[in-house]
Design a protein around this ligand. Structure first.
Ligand SMILES: [Zn+2]
Length: 314
């Protein structure tokens, strides 16, 4: 569903949301109500947010070429339920503030949420000013068939634009929004946002460059981690065995890569208690398996056991 372009840019978020969007479609999970994207490429974060909104609102096949009215509206930046919130967006008539996202805007949002909606509503927060774009500057929009006809910049939130009094006025809306409502905050780093907001959000690090992490190669082998179950545990073990053969890495090498990946995930998800505990538990299992790998137990047995135990949860 999500465009492969994001797979290279934001491998972790791509995997996470691909999996989540499927579960949402099957009514097994709700989409999170508050999300922070942090990283250097705010334009791509914005596009990623729009794509999530598009897939959640699409009435047809969710593909990139979908011609349903929701996809068309979102791609032309005119969907009635997808709201930009910045110093120059979502301002009420009596709001004189021009340099900050104001508490008045937070109250406008609260008011808007009292009305029911047929859509999955999005409020995308970022810093912005009027801007004319050079040719090719919005290439990433073009790649996904989005209109490039926008006249505002897309910049990270900071304490200057997202003033501390505004987040406080927002807390109630974020905590108890109507169903199918999502707040997304675009930032460079979570430290630029008030901690009371951060603690209510899922935080995703969306780095603008391809992250050159040691564990890059094992992410596709893991299918939809953390959703490992008895059915796919052996497939994943087999993927790892093949990966060892292809790369001539030892069992100890790849278990440490996996461990590094888990630690990375853990750091990204400190605020999300369920997910945090699950990863923490898988780290303990992996550490135990690293001990076995040093005891010269057959590679296949160690890997089968690792993923079966992760599926089982202990
Ligand atoms: Zn559609």
């Amino acid at each position: 569903m999500l465009n492969k372009m994001f797979r290279n840019k934001f491998p972790f978020a791509y995997n996470y949301f691909s999996n989540l969007l499927e579960l949402v479609e099957q009514n097994k999970r709700n989409f999170p109500q508050a999300i922070i994207f942090e990283g250097t490429d705010t334009k791509m974060q914005y596009l990623f947010a729009l794509e999530l909104a598009r897939i959640l609102n699409c009435k047809k096949d969710k593909t990139n070429n979908c011609d349903c009215i929701n996809c068309k509206w979102i791609k032309s930046h005119s969907h009635p339920a997808i709201n930009n919130v910045s110093q120059i967006h979502f301002k009420g008539e009596d709001d004189e503030s021009k340099t900050v996202i104001s508490a008045k805007q937070a109250r406008e949002i609260e008011k808007a949420l009292t009305l029911s909606s047929d859509y999955h509503r999005f409020f995308i927060f970022f810093s912005s000013r009027e801007k004319e774009y050079e040719e090719n500057e919005l290439e990433c929009f073009e790649k996904l068939n989005y209109s490039q006809d926008i006249n505002f910049s897309i910049e990270p939130l900071t304490y200057n634009t997202f003033h501390p009094t505004t987040p406080n006025a927002l807390l109630k809306s974020i905590e108890e929004p109507p169903i199918r409502t999502t707040f997304i905050f675009l930032t460079k780093a979570r430290e630029d946002i008030l901690p009371t907001i951060v603690s209510r959000c899922l935080v995703f690090k969306l780095s603008g460059q391809k992250e050159n992490l040691k564990f890059d190669e094992i992410i596709p082998l893991l299918q939809n981690y953390p959703n490992i179950n008895y059915t796919n545990a052996f497939d994943i073990s087999l993927n790892f065995q093949n990966y060892m053969k292809e790369t001539n890495k030892t069992l100890d090498n790849i278990l440490n890569e996996f461990l590094e990946y888990l630690v990375y995930l853990l750091k990204q998800n400190i605020e999300n208690i369920d997910y945090y505990q699950k990863i923490n538990n898988d780290i303990l299992i992996t550490n135990e398996m690293i001990k076995y790998s040093k005891a010269n137990i057959n590679d296949k047995i160690v890997l089968d056991t690792l993923f079966l135990r992760i599926a089982r949860g202990y």
